[in-house]
Design a binder for this molecule. Structure first.
Ligand SMILES: [Zn+2]
Length: 271
């Protein structure tokens, strides 16, 4: 986290510990960030006055980029799209007339989005992939049957299998490994739905490069729950309660975290 920037935003409060993973209430009287900060993470999907927004010109580029990324996904399929790096994404765009190559202004836009400091939006998580062309290694991932998702071999796969053996089939993997193309698509599609409000998008989705789905974290849900698995309602399910009891609910984004992100009870912190 960019502490200096956070302090400025949070109102000049002394924070001596790393903010990652700690709930703000843990700081008690020592740390009382401005109410507006918590207003934003609690009402994450609303527009707030200080939010950073794209210009009308940038919105035009955003719309064409999102459509092109969707066409790339259509060519490679959902599973492969999850692992796709930036260079492979460009190569697909060049080789398939249905996608067509990314024009210079779209590439400049993607580069600009990637290399911006996300703290400008109010997102204070750390960067996981430092270069635009960094990719998640294919050989270290395993496809998880019947989910269309991948998990890194090692701790993520072992922990997920353990969860399944202890909780049964009621716990399902809802999102595993996400490489550069997928995180870009998810973030920019959200930015499209927020009409270019990048701050609002970043309260729900890590900007490209900042997602721990590129490092081993994954999302789980309750079987048959669909989109509700990505809402705070998931915390009320028997599945979540069992995950807590068994010690699996190590959350990357707990309630009232100081990372500028909504409460995500479904996102399991692995690394
Ligand atoms: Zn997640």
């Amino acid at each position: 986290m960019d502490k200096r920037r956070f302090l400025k935003t949070a109102g000049g409060i002394l924070i001596t510990a790393s903010a990652g993973g700690l709930s703000a209430s843990a700081y008690g009287l020592i740390c009382r960030p401005q109410d507006s900060y918590f207003d934003k993470v609690r009402n994450f999907d609303a527009d707030h006055t200080e939010d950073v927004r794209l210009t009308a010109d940038q919105m035009v580029i955003l719309n064409s980029v999102v459509a092109r990324l969707r066409r790339v996904r259509g060519i490679v399929g959902h599973g492969n799209f999850a692992l796709l790096g930036f260079d492979e994404m460009l190569s697909v765009s060049r080789n398939y007339s249905k996608v067509r190559r990314f024009p210079k202004k779209e590439l400049n836009f993607l580069e600009d989005i990637f290399y911006r400091d996300a703290a400008r939006y109010g997102f204070y998580g750390e960067k996981v992939l430092s270069g635009l062309t960094d990719r998640v290694p294919n050989r270290n991932s395993a496809k998880v049957r019947r989910t269309g998702q991948y998990l890194f071999k090692g701790s993520p796969l072992v922990i997920y299998k353990e969860m399944r053996s202890k909780l049964g089939k009621d716990v399902v993997l809802t999102s595993g490994v996400r490489g550069m193309a997928k995180q870009m698509y998810l973030f920019l599609a959200k930015a499209q739905r927020t009409k270019g409000n990048l701050s609002r998008a970043s309260r729900s989705l890590a900007p490209p490069g900042y997602s721990f789905h590129a490092a081993g974290d994954f999302d789980v849900g309750k079987r048959g729950w669909g989109a509700r698995n990505f809402s705070s309602d998931f915390a009320k399910t028997d599945v979540f309660k069992k995950l807590v009891d068994m010690g699996y609910a190590r959350l990357r984004y707990p309630q009232d975290n100081l990372l500028g992100v909504r409460y995500e009870p479904w996102h399991i912190k692995i690394v």
